[in-house]
Design a binder for this molecule. Structure first.
Ligand code: ADP
Ligand code: CIR
Length: 340
């Protein structure tokens, strides 16, 4: 087998991989491989192939986080601006801060999701076809036991026709079927087999199966009733965790394939119309960043804004509880709305 060669990064590349990969780390790890067969080359492959990556690494299994820690820990600490142990979960919603009137007027819809993966299986980048189908079956069985008011149907991606799939993506209910970052991370092998979407009857609660993570548990509603949406998510997560064993580490929280999704693995977002701030997108992104928020376009990560509508969410997902991350989002969008 050819020996891996030290990667070349373009001058424009600003990824955390480029920032934290040193010749010393390379020398120590470049030929290492986890027990499930995930190599250092695979870990960094997306960041080498996609030089506009912000992060540039994907873990293949739980062991990746320990074996490749000399590279991953600095990336994780840098992204989440956190050190020390991840705190215990807190999904309580009684005294969340209120969304101000100016923000409520600008919010179109609110979505909160958490990522989860099953203990005892590799993560998506290293899972094999049989294991992926096994994971799908376990999740389908757990979904049948959801509380009555969030029951619904599981739709396999393989059974959807193209117009149904496109319609679900356009309504923000389903993941896309093309993503160069996921593809570079080995996450789109055997597509669409083993992937699917669970949708509650009222469509407010959903679960994505075997996309970037084995589960993305989601609550999504029009408007800005963030407490109700957070509560809906918490109910679904509680029920699923009674029937599935989620991969978790005392130090870094829920395990995810992308290090940005460790900890709570939660992204709470509002679609918000910011007519005035939209006039200078670079400035908006800087202002949001200073508030600990992330700005995405209307069709999710790596998409553009349309008609002044942005997806604003918590950037940090580790080192804070779910409740703190939501409170942080509310405080931040209140500031942005007042500025707008
Ligand atoms: P994730 O949130 O799972 O990391 P994406 O950023 O790709 O992934 O978003 C997934 C989908 O959820 C996209 O269709 C995106 O537009 C949609 N979405 C995110 N936040 C909201 C929101 N507040 N309202 C409606 N749709 C949303
Ligand atoms: C990147 O490095 O830009 C992509 N791999 C995406 C990073 C953020 N990932 C995520 O939010 N799941």
């Amino acid at each position: 087998m050819n020996q891996p060669t030290y990667p070349v990064f373009s001058e424009e590349c600003q990824s955390l991989l480029k920032k934290h990969l040193s010749p010393t780390i390379w020398k120590a790890l470049s030929e290492s491989c986890t027990k499930s067969g995930y190599s250092f080359s695979q870990l960094i492959h997306s960041g080498i192939e996609q030089q506009d990556s912000g992060v540039g690494v994907y873990a293949g299994d739980v062991e990746s986080y320990s074996l490749f820690a000399p590279l991953l820990m600095p990336i994780i600490r840098d992204y989440h601006a956190s050190s020390g142990k991840h705190p215990a979960s807190d999904f309580s919603f009684d005294d969340l801060p209120k969304i101000c009137v100016a923000a409520q007027q600008r919010i179109i819809s609110t979505r909160v999701r958490v990522g989860r993966n099953l203990s005892g299986f590799p993560l998506g980048p290293a899972i094999n076809r049989t294991q992926r189908l096994e994971v799908e079956t376990l999740i389908k069985n757990a979904l049948k036991k959801l509380p009555e008011r969030i029951q619904g149907a599981y739709l396999s991606l393989s059974d959807m026709d193209e117009s149904q799939r496109e319609d679900l993506v356009a309504r923000h209910l389903l993941f896309k079927s093309e993503d160069r970052f996921l593809s570079s991370a080995n996450l789109m092998r055997d597509w669409p087999e083993g992937r699917g979407l669970f949708l509650s009857e009222d469509k407010a609660f959903s679960v994505w199966v075997n996309e970037e993570d084995q589960l993305r548990i989601i609550a999504l509603q029009q408007g800005g009733d963030i407490s109700a949406i957070f509560r809906l998510l918490a109910d679904g997560v509680k029920s699923l965790s009674e029937h599935l064993n989620f991969a978790f580490s005392d130090d870094i929280g829920y395990l995810a394939s992308c290090p940005t999704n460790l900890g709570t693995s939660m992204r709470a977002s509002v679609h918000m119309k910011l007519d005035s701030l939209a006039g200078n997108e670079t400035r908006l992104k800087k202002q949001a960043e200073a508030l600990g928020l992330q700005v995405r376009g209307v069709n999710g990560e790596h998409s553009e804004s349309k008609g002044g509508v942005y997806d604003i969410s918590n950037r940090m997902r580790m080192g804070v509880t779910e409740k703190t991350a939501i409170s942080h989002l509310v405080n931040g969008i209140n500031v942005l709305a007042e500025m707008d």
